[in-house]
Write a protein that binds this ligand. Structure first.
Ligand SMILES: [Zn+2]
Length: 343
């Protein structure tokens, strides 16, 4: 046997070994995600944006179908969850469970809406009230900011006169910042202002405490979460395409988007641990471009990609296929280089 001291590794061999190390690390992360999603104490925290009448929804293009769900489909999903033994819980219950280990009912589901579009009041509220189902809406306070004015389909924000009855009617109101911009690329003072000012305004509008915050665009880092604490929030929701469980921090409650294009069968499949884990891997990879390029460079590029011919094809099944093909290609390429480097 050759003693270790006698093995000479050149730059190529070192690069190959380092790349294998990286591949093993990525496989470890993916395995951990799959194991986490199989935990018995998982909480399904679902994220919606807009609930639109079926005839309006029928005219939507593919991209818009991710952020809107038809009222008919939304009602069917609520009924399916009820009929299949899921128990709806409030944000307060989720936070109490994560902080104080107050028990939750079996198969807990937490419903949330981001942005505060008017259809949460006009469409979702009646459907939820009829079924006595609680939910939470995270409202962006500046009614003139870009999310309420851009895109092929957009809705106005709920008015202040709609926000209060929404809160009193069973959809708890909490904050989704002032301007709906990436908080992790603002100065800490500006990010803190977004958190404090929206909290102040919403508390005034609903005459109640605003204790929870949801991160706009899911652009955040550990400093952003710390600032939320500093701003006086008790918990924070993110959207990492994952479920929450007993080990999750109340300052990083993980949710995943319910896409409007899902039929009831696909909705059911998408709640399964395997499917959520796959989405979580995609969601993790989606964070790489803004991290590498920075939000300011990434956002216009992202908008251009979505407007291009590629845009409509960037759905979950295609992204999953792309990741599998790319992963397989990297693995085969690395194997080939390994044989060259270590003949
Ligand atoms: Zn949002």
């Amino acid at each position: 046997m050759m003693p270790f001291a006698a093995i000479h590794l050149g730059p190529l061999q070192i690069s190959v070994l380092a790349t294998w190390g990286l591949v093993i690390l990525v496989i470890g992360i993916i395995l951990r995600i799959f194991l986490q999603e199989r935990r018995k104490d998982r909480i399904l925290c679902l994220l919606y944006h807009r609930v639109v009448p079926a005839d309006v929804y029928a005219g939507f293009k593919e991209r818009e179908r991710i952020f809107s769900v038809s009222a008919e489909q939304f009602a069917a999903q609520l009924d399916w969850l009820k009929d299949n033994g899921h128990h709806f819980v409030t944000m307060d219950q989720v936070v109490a469970y994560l902080k104080e280990e107050t028990p939750l009912p079996d198969k807990p589901v937490f419903l949330s809406f981001d942005d505060g579009c008017e259809s949460v009041y006009s469409q979702a509220l009646p459907l939820l009230t009829q079924r006595n189902i609680p939910a939470t809406v995270f409202v962006t306070t500046d009614a003139d900011t870009w999310i309420f004015n851009s895109g092929e389909y957009h809705e106005r924000r709920m008015t202040e006169e709609e926000i209060k009855p929404c809160h009193e009617g069973g959809i708890q109101v909490h904050s989704h910042a002032v301007s709906h911009r990436g908080l992790n690329e603002m100065s800490p003072a500006d990010a803190l202002h977004e958190m404090v000012e929206s909290k102040r305004l919403l508390s005034e509008w609903i005459s109640d405490d605003v204790r929870y915050f949801s991160i706009p665009l899911n652009f955040y880092n550990s400093a952003t979460l710390k600032l939320c604490q500093e701003a006086g929030y008790d918990a924070v929701c993110v959207c990492d395409g994952a479920t929450t469980n007993g080990g999750t921090s109340a300052f990083r409650i993980r949710r995943f988007i319910v896409e409007g294009s899902w039929g009831i069968r696909q909705f059911e499949n998408s709640l399964q641990p395997r499917s959520v884990a796959q989405r979580r891997v995609i969601s993790f990879l989606k964070k790489v471009p803004p991290k590498l390029l920075g939000e300011k460079r990434w956002m216009p590029l992202r908008a251009r990609i979505f407007r291009s011919r590629l845009g409509p094809r960037l759905n979950f099944p295609n992204l999953r296929r792309a990741v599998l093909v790319a992963g397989f290609a990297v693995f085969c390429g690395l194997l080939a280089v390994t044989f060259v480097a270590f003949p």
